[in-house]
Design a protein around this ligand. Structure first.
Ligand SMILES: NC(=O)C1=CN([C@@H]2O[C@H](COP(=O)(O)OP(=O)(O)OC[C@H]3O[C@@H](n4cnc5c(N)ncnc54)[C@H](O)[C@@H]3O)[C@@H](O)[C@H]2O)C=CC1
Ligand SMILES: O=C(O)C(=O)CO
Length: 341
């Protein structure tokens, strides 16, 4: 009998084709809006696998509603929407979509660095409001990006891709991780003149950096990692960028810090509670650039992520090696890979 699966959103056709070729498939037929919780809980009653998005909460309630469940294929590299210990305790495999979104997300981080440092959105708004009267020496002056010191908190796959781009801007790089990464250091130092240094103490990185980029996963350790104390350590000219997960930052404290001018500006792709509305206090600040969680949002990358998630789902349910297992997944066959940097 073919395995039964549920897809929690309408996906690119290439991914749907992979799943329907191997599985009896039902799905929430909407591209824009998440499946309502009650519908999801009913839909998973008989399924062997589900393909989820980061907007779907996968918890004990859902596991209870899905007694046959063997695999959850999350279409994201981050999986903080999933109660991993609960899945593992029941022998349910979790898969994610690393690597395919790394470069695209690093590009967006750079868009935020540049836009926040050089007041790109503020300048656009000013012109649109008819506020541009003339060129003057200190009109709309920002902070230099080239040559500035870049501090990366969480220099894994995406953080490393952000670092590689910084070499072209002549930026000395500091990084704070759980462990030093000789592979990343060798990559950066392969370019003559490029500099990178591991900083074991986060406070030191914050004090020394001109641009701080946060790319850690959301875990119990990283939740609330940045608050008033950390922002007060940053330079009054510094730019802060978060494209990891909103709850890594204590948002109210960031707003307060931005109002005080330290950091000087921020670029944010992720928020404590998503989506945020037009009445969000961050939008009252001139020194922020906000994007709606679009780090991986290019046609090519979102299609690849959907295909990778579909491939993981089908592989798990048809006895093939699973490309991107996060946990051990009980009875399913998974292929162990080297851990990320
Ligand atoms: N804005 C967006 O659209 C996107 C956001 N993301 C977010 O970015 C995160 C990172 O993705 P990858 O780079 O692929 O993951 P990764 O696992 O390769 O990198 C994460 C890095 O953070 C480090 N880290 C973890 N806990 C830490 C701690 N307490 N202190 C210091 N360092 C710590 C790890 O050692 C690792 O080097 C994802 O988990 C996801 O939440 C990912 C893709 C797109
Ligand atoms: O993959 C992730 O973790 C995202 O946030 C979206 O690409």
């Amino acid at each position: 009998m073919r395995p039964r699966v549920y897809l929690t959103r309408r996906l690119p056709q290439a991914a749907v084709d992979i799943v329907t070729a191997a599985c009896e498939t039902t799905f929430w037929d909407d591209e824009a809006l998440p499946v309502p919780r009650e519908t999801l809980l009913r839909a998973v009653a008989e399924v062997d696998g589900i393909l989820t998005l980061l907007t779907d909460r996968v918890d004990v309630e859902l596991l209870d509603a899905a007694p046959r469940l063997k695999v959850v294929a999350n279409m994201a590299v981050g999986y903080d929407n999933v109660d991993l210990p609960a899945l593992t305790a029941r022998g349910v495999l979790l898969t994610n979509t690393p690597d395919v979104l790394t470069e695209t997300t690093a590009d967006l981080v750079w868009a935020l660095i540049l836009a926040a440092s050089r007041r790109v959105v503020e300048g656009h708004r000013l012109i649109a409001a008819g506020g541009w009267s003339t060129w003057s020496p200190m009109f709309m002056v920002g902070q230099d990006v080239h040559g500035a010191t870049l501090g990366i908190v969480g220099a894994g796959r995406i953080g490393a891709a952000v670092a590689r781009r910084a070499v072209g801007f002549g930026m000395p790089i500091l990084y704070h991780n759980r462990h030093p990464s000789p592979a990343l250091e060798a990559q950066i130092r392969a370019t003559p003149g490029a500099a990178i240094r591991y900083v074991p103490n986060l406070d030191d990185l914050l004090t020394e950096s001109d641009v701080v980029v946060v790319m850690v996963p959301l875990t119990p350790e990283t939740r609330g990692m940045f608050g008033a104390r950390e922002f007060a350590l940053m330079k009054p000219t510094s730019v802060f960028v978060n494209a990891s997960r909103g709850p890594v930052i204590r948002e109210a404290e960031l707003i307060d810090a931005l109002q005080r001018g330290r950091p000087w500006a921020a670029g944010l792709d992720v928020f404590e509670r998503e989506p945020i509305g037009a009445d969000h206090p961050l939008l009252t600040l001139p020194n922020v650039v906000l994007t709606p969680h679009i780090g991986s949002a290019t046609v090519a990358t979102r299609t690849r992520m959907a295909v990778v998630a579909a491939t993981n789902l089908v592989a798990a349910l048809t006895g093939q090696p699973v490309p991107n297992p996060v946990n051990d997944g009980g009875r399913l066959r998974v292929e162990r890979r080297a851990p990320p940097v």
